[in-house]
Design a protein around this ligand. Structure first.
Ligand code: FEO
Length: 177
């Protein structure tokens, strides 16, 4: 069953948001590297790559369902906040915005009885729980560290050990994820 025009638009909007997420984390990561926090820079760069993968999953789904991909202009990322804590707070706020968007998309698909959308969107609902939890944990630990520079450098090293491609368990849209 082909995607309706309304759902196609909703997916295209979500694709835009995922690419904007990728841009936002790329900017934050570059700014961390500039501040001599290479571990956090790497973490953000991997997060950016993951967001790109999210966009690609949605793109493949739209194409598989006979929808037309309409890429949109991407908003430039906000300026990265001055402190590490504020940067991760911005990341959490961004993820909460993405969660609301995914829930809105899920509701639209449900209302339209577009049952083929549900497994993909359920995966994204779960993914958002995980993403918010991960960023919240980092934030709590940053708050514990406070002004302790040694603690900050320790956390930087720990975040730098993030493995690439942690994304797994999604319904494979193209076999490449
Ligand atoms: Fe694709 Fe972090 O939401």
């Amino acid at each position: 069953m082909q995607l309706s025009a309304e759902l196609t638009k909703a997916y295209n909007d979500q694709i835009q948001l995922e690419f904007e997420s990728s841009f936002a984390y790329l900017q934050m990561g570059a700014d961390f590297e500039l501040r001599s926090l290479p571990g956090m820079g790497r973490w953000m760069r991997l997060q950016s790559a993951e967001e790109h993968l999210h966009a690609m999953k949605f793109i493949q789904f739209v194409l598989d369902r006979g929808g037309k991909l309409e890429l949109q202009t991407l908003a430039a990322p906000h300026a990265t906040p001055d402190t590490v804590v504020h940067t991760f707070e911005a990341a959490l706020a961004h993820e909460q915005r993405v969660t609301r968007a995914i829930h809105g998309l899920y509701k639209k698909a449900l209302d339209a009885q577009d049952f083929a959308s549900l497994p993909l969107l359920q995966w994204f609902v779960n993914e958002q729980v995980e993403e918010e939890a991960t960023v919240s944990t980092i934030l709590e630990r940053l708050r514990m560290v406070g002004d302790d520079q040694t603690g900050l450098l320790f956390l930087d090293r720990e975040l730098g050990s993030r493995a690439p491609g942690a994304d797994s368990g999604a319904p494979e849209a193209d076999g490449a994820a």
